[in-house]
Design a protein around this ligand. Structure first.
Ligand code: NAP
Length: 399
């Protein structure tokens, strides 16, 4: 079969050929170590199911800057857009390069409005809590709006002074003259499409509940509105398959239960009673904090995967959630698990569930046998520490 592009149906469903062309950014720093490891495992897993991926290298980050003089070449964005699905390693954040963050720029340019962060424990992974096995959540974090929209004015600038004066004149708000300012836009459109994606996921994956996590007690017209619009959506579009707590008294029957929690209480409850949470839908900044806090709870900071998805256009860019860890670059030492499990999310997005399941099983078997990279080895008595490449080979052997 010759390699071909993935195409998208009008309803967002993907047509995936047997040999799809998938662009990838190797990534800076430890990208040189974890990309080949992740690719080897993904290639072996899909080969088992008579498929192949034609990997198309594209540039971003330090490597792009060094080779073509720009941090995020237009061609890279176009390639991700044209090929629909892509994957990336970690990128150096340019200091003063005109970008707040390359990752945020990519999400905004491709309108990847869901940041998907599944959080679960793998047997054998050292965790700081007693029962990490009780954590099995899938976080849908809004990925475009909120304080990440990038509307900020620096303290002391003309713009900041003018806005402070305007807000005083228009609303009587007394903001200290030496303040920096940031805007937090949260829209009906952005909130509803995020919650819609979470509900579709919950229904199609047989999940029990969706929790709307917000800070609506303080930020009524952004966070509070997110909660309100979420419940509206349940009633308007999902009444046959989902129901809010208030509408069923906590007894949803066969339907998915939709409830909500204030963000700070959520962070307590995921520690004290994690098994009460399932799919989480939340605004951008809450989601940022919650995904890393939850990843830490299952010992998974080094292996937490992420996907940035637009379920309407079908576009998805899957990525390692950690950074470039420059001090370890080129040492064949670090854990490739985050990029590999992001590859698993990518396989699931392609509809290649059997290959995705194989990788997860083989990874679990490897860690379960105590074969781990340095980060887990230092926390696990009796573990066998292996290099990045050896870890990948061990997973391939267990596929
Ligand atoms: P980092 O690269 O995530 O590294 C922090 C620490 O996390 C490492 O020193 C290491 O801990 C651990 N770690 C990270 N990746 C690991 C892996 N694969 N296996 C095992 N341990 C791992 O964070 P940073 O040092 O703050 O950031 C470095 C650069 O990455 C910056 O330019 C930052 O902007 C960028 N960044 C990029 C992304 C992204 O592209 N998604 C995300 C975050 C940061 P120990 O030293 O304790 O072993």
């Amino acid at each position: 079969m010759p390699p071909a592009r993935i195409t998208v149906e009008a309803d967002g469903r993907l047509n995936v050929p047997d040999v799809p062309i998938i662009p990838f950014i190797r990534g800076d720093g430890i990208g040189v170590d974890i990309w080949p490891a992740a690719q080897a495992v993904l290639d072996a897993a899909v080969a088992k199911h008579a498929k192949r991926i034609e990997w198309l290298p594209v540039l971003a980050g330090q490597q792009a800057f060094d080779e073509v003089g720009t941090w995020l070449p237009e061609q890279t964005v176009t390639s991700f857009r044209d090929h629909v699905v892509g994957i990336k390693g970690p990128l150096t954040t340019p200091i003063g390069g005109g970008f707040r963050s390359l990752n945020v720029a990519l999400r905004q340019l491709l309108d990847l409005y869901v940041c998907l962060r599944p959080v679960r424990w793998f047997r054998g992974v050292p965790s700081p809590v007693k029962r990490p096995d009780k954590v099995d959540m899938v976080i849908f974090r809004e990925n475009i709006e909120d304080v990440y929209a990038g509307f900020e004015l620096e303290e002391g600038t003309d713009g900041a002074k003018r806005l402070i004066e305007f807000l005083h004149g228009e609303y009587g708000w007394d903001i200290r003259a030496d303040s920096g300012l940031g805007l937090k836009p949260v829209s009906v459109t952005g909130s509803k499409r995020l919650v819609r994606a979470a509900l579709h996921y919950a229904v199609s994956h047989g999940r029990r509940s969706v929790t709307l996590v917000h800070k609506g007690n303080i930020q009524k017209f952004t966070e509070g509105a997110f909660q309100k619009w979420g419940y509206e959506l349940v009633r308007d579009e999902f009444a046959d398959v989902a129901v809010s707590w208030d509408d069923c008294g906590g007894k949803p029957g066969e339907r998915v239960l939709v409830k909500d929690t204030i963000a700070d209480i959520f962070l307590q409850q995921v520690l004290t009673r994690p098994d009460e949470f399932d799919v989480i839908a939340t605004t951008n900044l809450n989601g940022d904090y919650a995904s890393d806090a939850l990843a830490a709870q299952v010992g998974g900071i080094g292996i937490a995967p992420g996907g940035n998805i637009n379920y309407v256009t079908g576009h998805g860019v899957f990525e390692a959630t950690h950074g470039t860890a420059p001090k370890y670059a080129g040492q064949d030492k670090v854990n490739p698990g985050s990029l590999l499990l992001s590859g698993v999310l990518m396989l699931e997005h392609l509809g290649w569930q059997a290959a995705a399941d194989d990788v997860v099983r083989a990874l679990e078997a490897t860690i379960g046998e105590g074969i781990v990279t340095y980060d887990f080895a230092r926390l696990t008595e009796g573990a066998t520490e292996v290099k990045t490449s050896e870890f990948a080979s061990a997973i391939v052997d267990r596929l």
